[in-house]
Design a protein around this ligand. Structure first.
Ligand SMILES: NC(=O)C1=CN([C@@H]2O[C@H](COP(=O)(O)OP(=O)(O)OC[C@H]3O[C@@H](n4cnc5c(N)ncnc54)[C@H](O)[C@@H]3O)[C@@H](O)[C@H]2O)C=CC1
Ligand SMILES: O=C(O)[C@@H]1CCC=N1
Length: 290
């Protein structure tokens, strides 16, 4: 797929997720780099750093020209979203598309905090966006046109695979894929320690483990077998793998993995419900404004 758009994209938030997406988009050559803008609350050094690495435009919040932007990508922490939405309320037009990558922030929360008719899409990427290998979910808001869903899909395809899902599945997607890379890094940290203890040097151990994970992932993508079948193919009776898997079972490895996904997903739900509680009703908003 050709990775190209004429649109101007502005990131509000300049942290690790924004950087991962910027890196992936720039590498894919989606737009001339100067059509990617990034802004944050106040850290000019960070904007300069991103400008230096990716050739994009780091712009102070007050200097952001809203009218030149086609697609905004919200990339602040969920706790900062209310203030962020307040700060763009007057400047953003309902037909300008807003993507949010924030965990737990629903499209209805964004719609209720922005002008009537605002086009919003909730997105859950992961940090493998950095190299164009994200698994990214997308759920459009009520007012969002098909054209804008297509636009968002086209942009997000430049940083990996895209899945259009019902918003009610966003929490589990977050537990699996948004947080997922961290589980594999955690696994790698533990495997790496054992390699080192046995006398392998760190770099070699790291590459061995990475290649093992890449190979296993590609087997799933390129062969028809299920994870269970593939696992069984590795496991000789009374062999080394059986010994390893027994230890995983005895130490609660399978259950620990299930719980990690469940807890991450539950946390995404909690963030949603906590914020929904603080949402002011329209009449309360008016009173606050007076
Ligand atoms: N890090 C990850 O792997 C993933 C993160 N996300 C979501 O991405 C969001 C950002 O996460 P990180 O990049 O890890 O956080 P971070 O803490 O590294 O970056 C947050 C950025 O937002 C900026 N910011 C805060 N308030 C702002 C405002 N009102 N206007 C403009 N910028 C503002 C901060 O200055 C900072 O640059 C979170 O909501 C998270 O749920 C989603 C998927 C994966
Ligand atoms: O830890 C978090 O809350 C974010 C969302 C998904 C991955 N990182």
């Amino acid at each position: 797929m050709a990775c190209y758009t004429k649109k101007t994209i502005a990131f509000l938030g300049a942290g690790s997720m924004a950087e991962a997406m910027i890196s992936g988009l720039v590498k894919a050559g989606i737009v001339p780099a100067n059509q990617i803008i990034v802004t944050n609350r106040s850290n000019q050094d960070r904007l300069n750093e991103l400008e230096g690495i990716y050739g994009i435009r780091g712009v102070k919040r007050d200097d952001l020209l809203f009218e030149e932007v086609d697609v905004f990508i919200l990339a602040m922490k969920p706790k900062d979203v209310e203030r962020a939405l307040q700060s763009i309320y007057d400047d953003v037009k309902p037909d300008q598309l807003i993507l949010s990558v924030l965990a737990g922030i629903s499209t209805s929360y964004m719609e209720q905090n922005l002008r009537a008719g605002q086009q919003v899409i909730r997105v859950m990427p992961n940090t493998s966006s950095m190299i164009g290998e994200s698994a990214t979910a997308l759920s459009p808001g009520k007012q969002t046109t098909r054209n804008n869903v297509k636009l968002a899909t086209d942009i997000l395809r430049c940083i990996g695979e895209v899945y259009l899902i019902n918003e009610e599945k966003m929490d589990i997607f977050t537990g699996l894929a948004g947080s997922g890379p961290a589980y594999f890094y955690y696994l790698m940290e533990h495997m790496e320690k054992e390699g080192q203890k046995a006398g392998l040097d760190t770099e070699t151990t790291r590459q061995i483990i990475a290649q093992t994970i890449v190979g296993a992932a590609k087997m799933i993508q390129e062969q028809d077998e299920t994870p269970t079948e593939l696992r069984e193919n590795v496991t000789s009776p009374n062999g080394t793998t059986a010994a390893g898997l027994d230890a995983l079972d005895n130490f609660g490895g399978g259950e620990a993995i299930s719980q990690a996904v469940k807890h991450a997903s539950k946390r995404s739900q909690e963030i949603s419900s906590q914020l929904q509680k603080t949402l002011l009703k329209p009449e309360e908003k008016k009173l606050k404004a007076i």
